[in-house]
Design a protein around this ligand. Structure first.
Ligand code: HAM
Length: 422
């Protein structure tokens, strides 16, 4: 048996796991201020949900899904993203009655069978929001603002992020635009890769995402959606941009931004960060006013975003921020010899009960070794329990930074230490 995690997956060791917990907690605190409530949907769903929701011709559905049959022969798929499951749940539980708005957020693992590389995993972690029931442009601006604010709150400098926006049109104007891109692809077939040539028939807009340089050169000159938008979509897009301007949120219009999922209508956006190489999209999203109906629910507008935890962490680290750094133990209880070990243990418990992070040695190590351990743990305070101190009902509290030492009555140690560590 190979004792290694499967390709494209990693163990989140303590520093990364702590970063995940802190980023999730930060998201929760911020998102709740914007009125979002948590939702957990299953890690697997009926395959058809993703096939219909995300689109048969997308890379995700056609190449990247972890699909399996359960013991009853149902086709199930590990979720490659969170939106389809949230919309399914919203329909199933009637979370968005006519005229109402639901704001939901989630955090958890997603699964895509992609070629692993820096910032691209087969199991990766997302934090996302979905705002259901509001079609107005101010809702788009609020969702975009929330994504930007979240990255700012984590400390990512605004000048290390680019916010790209585009409008993809809707069912009124996109079909004609798709046809014009398909015609353009056919006219430039010779300069395109096999896959892009095929895309003319299956999903022409995907050709904008091709990584092949020749294709990118050709697609740079392709018809632009901005010139093909119908009046309603154009007005909607203009209003979204006006709201962003009013909020002082800088963005760049990117007419080739098409995103990798077919459910999008109108606004799409992406945040790219510096220092990540090819996989530089740390978050993205958009509006999906047709998704409820595609899945068989009542027509309901919606939009949202998801950000990738691994890429966000890379971007933060590239900016010199270490969200998973340990804080170190506050107090280390050192026992001078065997006779005081029980008392040291009780003192550690009293400190913990008082809310102070305290550690002690269970291995019977020498006092010197215990001090070394305290240093390694980054202890701010050492509490030394010795037979003499104990006989007087006291312990020695040493400030590891100032090296100041004093004897303190055992009962007062927790309050004294709490005051020292502030
Ligand atoms: P997405 O762009 O496919 O959108 O994924 C969102 C983010 O997840 C990406 O920007 C990226 O940071 C991260 N990500 C995607 N694939 C991987 C991977 N293989 N490895 C590491 N990170 C990855 C969605 O998933 C939509 N559901 C977003 C949305 C919500 N749209 C509307 N509502």
């Amino acid at each position: 048996m190979e004792l290694r995690a499967p390709k494209g997956t990693v163990d989140m060791l303590p520093e990364t796991a702590r970063a995940w917990e802190r980023l999730s907690a930060a998201a929760q605190a911020l998102f709740e201020r914007y009125g979002y409530e948590p939702i957990y949907t299953p890690l697997f769903e009926h395959t058809e949900l993703f096939a219909r929701g995300i689109g048969e011709a997308t890379d995700i559905v056609s190449k990247e899904m972890y699909t399996f049959e359960d013991r009853s022969g149902r086709s199930l798929t590990l979720r490659p993203e969170g939106t389809a499951g949230v919309v399914r749940a919203a329909v199933e539980h009637a979370l968005v009655p006519h005229g109402a708005v639901a704001k939901l957020y989630y955090a958890g693992p997603m699964f895509r069978y992609e070629r692993p590389q820096k910032g691209r995993m087969r199991q990766f972690w997302q934090i996302g929001v979905e705002l259901l029931g509001a079609g107005e442009p101010s809702a788009d601006a609020e969702v975009i603002a929330l994504l930007v604010r979240y990255f700012e709150m984590l400390g990512l400098p605004r000048d290390r992020m680019r916010l790209l926006v585009n409008s993809m049109g809707d069912e009124a104007c996109r079909p004609a635009y798709r046809d014009s891109v398909a015609a353009y692809i056919r006219a430039h077939e010779a300069a395109l890769c096999d896959e892009c040539r095929r895309r003319a028939d299956t999903n022409p807009l995907r050709a904008f995402d091709c990584k092949n340089e020749g294709c990118q050169r050709v697609m740079a000159e392709a018809p632009r959606i901005s010139e093909a938008l119908c009046d309603d979509c154009r007005a909607h897009y203009e209003a979204v941009k006006q709201h962003l301007d009013a909020l002082g949120i800088a963005y760049e219009e990117e007419p080739r931004l098409v995103r990798g999922l077919d459910y999008y209508t109108r606004t799409v956006f992406e945040v790219q960060a510096e220092g990540l190489g090819a996989q530089n999209a740390i978050g993205g999203g958009g509006r999906y006013d047709g998704l409820f109906s595609t899945l068989g629910g009542p027509a309901t507008p919606g939009l949202g975003f998801a950000l990738g935890f691994e890429r966000t962490l890379l971007a933060l680290k590239a900016a010199g921020i270490e969200p998973g750094a340990g804080e170190g133990v506050a107090a280390y209880i050192a026992a001078v010899d065997e006779s005081v070990r029980e008392a040291a243990f009780s003192l550690a418990m009293a400190l913990r009960d008082a809310g102070v992070a305290a550690e002690l040695d269970h291995r019977g190590r020498s006092l010197k070794a215990q001090f070394k351990h305290a240093d390694k743990l980054g202890a701010r305070v050492a509490v030394v329990v010795g037979p003499d101190e104990l006989a007087a009902g006291e312990a020695t509290v040493r400030d590891m930074v100032t090296k100041d030492e004093r004897r303190v009555a055992l009962a007062d140690v927790p309050a004294h230490v709490a005051a020292l560590i502030g």
